[in-house]
Ligand binder design. Structure first.
Ligand code: FE2
Length: 239
């Protein structure tokens, strides 16, 4: 028996990218989709993205820090991020179709999955003991990641958040970041297909062409708060 799972992360309100990735995924006939958080914020296509994900079968989805901030705004709770980025989250919350609020709220911080014999952790990023995210490590390695998850029972750790694609394997664990699907410096949206066949585990790292300029144009037209910050992130090469 074999299993095929698609791994996606950091969609960031980019429907143009997500829709093309979903189309690309069809050829692999996946048994499941793992989504690692930061579904909304930065991109303007909040409701289109949530609408597409909401209807998916076999979706395992967790929240990211941006989703968390938007939920806090909706709940009137104190937020972590201040300034223009906070104003941006208020803007996203204000544009959210409220029928998607329970869907966002239902996304847990982490998820543990069993695939065939493998214990898999889905987390937006590495968590501190108090469930806050640790600071971003811009150049992780199999050693640093192995040290973080040394005492954890997982065979595989999947994360996003740093907006880079990673694939590290040690004797004991595999670490995967499929890359930031919606935050790309070019018109190629990254995601990963995992194939498990008996003891064999293979990964295919895909990069799917999408209408990035249409996305950026649409975003500029909407002109949400923190546009300088967003454009800076969109234009920055990482990893
Ligand atoms: Fe992100």
């Amino acid at each position: 028996m074999s299993r095929r799972i698609a791994i996606i992360s950091d969609i960031h309100g980019n429907f143009n990218a997500l829709s093309m990735v979903m189309e690309d995924m069809e050829q692999f006939e996946v048994d499941g989709i793992f989504c690692l958080g930061d579904i909304v914020s930065m991109g303007h296509q909040t409701n289109e993205v949530l609408d597409l994900l909401y209807g998916l079968d076999h979706l395992s989805i967790i929240r990211g820090n941006h989703d968390e901030e938007v939920l806090k705004v909706l709940d009137g709770m104190p937020t972590q991020i201040k300034g223009a980025e906070h104003d941006h989250h208020v803007w996203v919350a204000g544009h959210l179709d409220l029928r998607f609020r329970p869907f966002l709220q239902s996304m847990p911080l982490i998820m543990e999955k069993k695939i065939m014999d493998l214990d898999v952790l889905l987390t937006h990023y590495h968590l501190n003991p108090d469930d806050t995210y640790s600071s971003i490590d811009m150049s992780p390695s199999v050693e640093t990641l192995g040290a973080i998850y040394e005492d954890e029972p997982y065979d595989m750790i999947m994360f996003g958040h740093d907006h880079m694609q990673h694939h590290f394997e040690s004797d004991r664990q595999i670490f995967i970041n499929p890359g930031p699907l919606g935050i790309t410096t070019n018109g190629l949206a990254p995601y990963t297909i995992m194939e498990i066949d008996g003891d064999d585990v293979n990964f295919i790292h895909r990069k799917v062409p999408y209408d990035r300029s249409g996305f950026v144009e649409g975003l500029k037209k909407e002109n949400p708060p923190a546009m300088d910050f967003i454009m800076n992130v969109l234009l920055k090469e990482r990893g």
